[in-house]
Design a protein around this ligand. Structure first.
Ligand code: FES
Length: 566
């Protein structure tokens, strides 16, 4: 037998006789009803992440049909394969802990199974970065299809969308402004369709960044999940995957320092999620491209916020789609972008932006450069003796009145301590104090949950306090808002200075100077470090042990050390 090495003939199972291996593989493939003619076609693998534990991917069966239609019409054989799916709110302790596991699953299944090109179907927060990380490492021709955002719902005449409004109503409930009955009504109206959260949260941010990176079809990041255009995008994605067969345009070539800088610009202009910094760092890291927080600050100083969506502004993703979406935004940013960056279609970003427009832009959602929502980018990195390797503040979602502040630290040593005391009427806390949460970073047992949005203590919330400076090594949901300093690195559990803060210490925040300082002298900090308890024993087995041994800090994208390229 002499066979072309394409399609199911790729990467044969090793029995010591390749012809036997191919014969055996074909005979098993025939048990699925494929004809010999189909089995001789090239194969497009579809990384399929539908799961009963992932509401955001509820529509994936219909999308899968459309991808397959596109693949078949273009002359290849589509074969979906399952990988881990990460449904944001169904995972404990947090989905981030499993992002790297999903990336390993994606990388290895793409590499181990016979496929000539790949379609990645992802959407919910960690799925897109996990798939892109895996695809960069696997190095096969790949195009991504994102889930698309949910549509908004209505509550007593008001428009609602997950999940900025989830938090807004919960804050009202905590402050006693709405009762049990109303909060349970709201619960049923926040997430009413398939798709990812309806605001510019992490999932929407990552979808926009996937488009900025050139990894999805132009104009498809913001198409609502339930819109017929999403099905057409799925069909076209399948067809593009077939075109990619044999191409050298693999994700590790599309993702480079230029496309990464474009993604950072877009992140800043959309007022996107702080989580995206971690994810972009991890994706870029797989391609050997460093992402520097100092460079982020330079880009932030020269990139305006143009997109008026919650949690920074007023609109929802469906409005962004109707307003012109990513094409309109990137044309507005054109002079700031590397237009020679290559995209998965084989066109440069510049070429794509020349023809991808019907000219319509809703200026209430996508502002003009001369009238931006904010003259500077949405995110800023802070440094100082409290965060020697950096911390992140989403200034576009924060109260500028708190940007230059010195305050007394009110410290919670863990998430359990926070839960036990935050609403204690005896808690010694004032509105101009700085709340500090320790041991919620990547090296902690809680694995960096989205707990950086510390609730305002009930005794202050009921007096009308809406925002305070909050500092932690945790993350924050992309749908949240407030003057919240996150990702403090190194984190407490790896011996970082955040773990040395004590109640009553003074902390100084200066957003102008990009500084977060603990006003305690070095000798005292050394004394505290020497007296600190030894680190907890790593778990004895399984993925938890691998995680504990290999996890890197937020400045390295919280990837595993052994997954970085040598
Ligand atoms: Fe999946 Fe928000 S829960 S995107």
């Amino acid at each position: 037998m002499s066979e072309r090495i394409t399609g199911i003939g790729h990467g044969l199972t090793n029995y010591g006789d390749p012809d036997f291996s191919l014969y055996l593989r074909r005979s098993f493939a025939k048990s699925m009803g494929y004809s010999r003619a189909m089995l001789e076609k090239p194969v497009v693998g579809i990384a399929y992440t539908q799961s009963g534990f992932n509401n955001c991917h509820r529509h994936f069966p219909e999308l899968l049909d459309a991808v397959k239609r596109g693949v078949l019409a273009a002359g290849a054989l589509p074969m979906e394969f399952p990988t881990i799916s990460l449904g944001e709110v169904f995972l404990s302790p947090t989905s981030l802990k499993f992002r790297n596991l999903m990336s390993i699953d994606t990388e290895e299944m793409v590499r181990a199974q016979p496929m000539d090109a790949v379609v990645l179907m992802g959407g919910c927060d960690k799925t897109v970065p996990a798939q892109l990380m895996g695809a960069v490492s696997a190095g096969r021709p790949t195009v991504m299809l994102v889930a698309g955002p949910m549509m908004t719902g209505r509550h007593r005449g008001e428009r609602l969308g997950a999940c900025t409004d989830c938090r807004r109503f919960w804050a009202q409930y905590r402050a006693g402004k709405i009762d049990d009955k109303e909060i349970s009504e709201v619960e049923g109206k926040l997430a009413t369709t398939a798709g990812t959260c309806a605001v510019m949260g992490t999932a929407s941010t990552m979808a926009c960044l996937a488009e900025a990176l050139g990894m999805i079809l132009p104009g498809t990041a913001a198409i609502p999940a339930v819109h017929a255009d999403r099905l057409r995008a799925a069909e076209a994605t399948g067809a593009l995957a077939v075109k990619l067969i044999g191409s050298k345009l693999t994700p590790d070539r599309i993702i480079n320092s230029k496309s990464m800088e474009n993604a950072l610009r877009v992140l800043l202009a959309i007022g996107g999620s702080t989580n995206a910094i971690i994810h972009l760092t991890a994706i870029a890291g797989r391609a050997g491209v460093p992402v520097s927080l100092k460079r982020l600050n330079e880009l932030s100083d020269t990139t305006p916020v143009l997109v008026n969506l919650k949690p920074v502004g007023n609109g929802y993703m469906e409005d962004f789609f109707a307003a012109g979406g990513m094409g309109a935004l990137m044309r507005e940013l054109k002079d700031l972008l590397h237009l020679d960056a290559m995209t998965v279609t084989g066109e440069t970003l510049g070429k794509r932006l020349e023809h991808d427009s019907d000219g319509w832009i809703d200026r209430t959602i996508i502002a003009e450069r001369k009238t931006p929502l904010e003259p500077q980018g949405g995110l800023v990195a802070l440094f100082g003796n409290l965060a020697p390797q950096g911390a992140i503040l989403k200034r576009s979602a924060a109260d500028a009145n708190l940007f230059e502040l010195e305050g007394r630290a009110v410290v919670f040593s863990s998430l359990a301590d926070l839960a036990a005391r935050i609403d204690d009427p005896k808690l010694d806390v004032e509105a101009n104090d700085i709340l500090v949460l320790q041991n919620a970073g990547p090296h902690s047992e809680s694995a960096m949950p989205e707990a950086g949005y510390l609730p305002i203590p009930k005794k202050l919330a009921t007096k009308g306090v809406k925002d305070m400076v909050r500092v932690s090594d945790a993350r924050m949901s992309g749908t949240a808002f407030g003057t919240i300093i996150l990702h403090v690195t190194p984190d407490s559990a790896s011996g970082g200075p955040l773990g040395l803060v004590r109640n009553g210490d003074r902390i100084r925040l200066s957003v102008k100077e990009r500084r977060i300082s603990l006003l305690v002298d070095d000798a005292e900090l050394k004394r505290r470090a020497a007296a600190a308890k030894p680190a907890i024993e790593p778990p004895s087995r399984g993925y938890a042990r691998l995680y504990a041994q290999e996890i890197l800090g937020a400045d390295q994208g919280c990837d595993f050390g052994f997954l970085k390229p040598r």
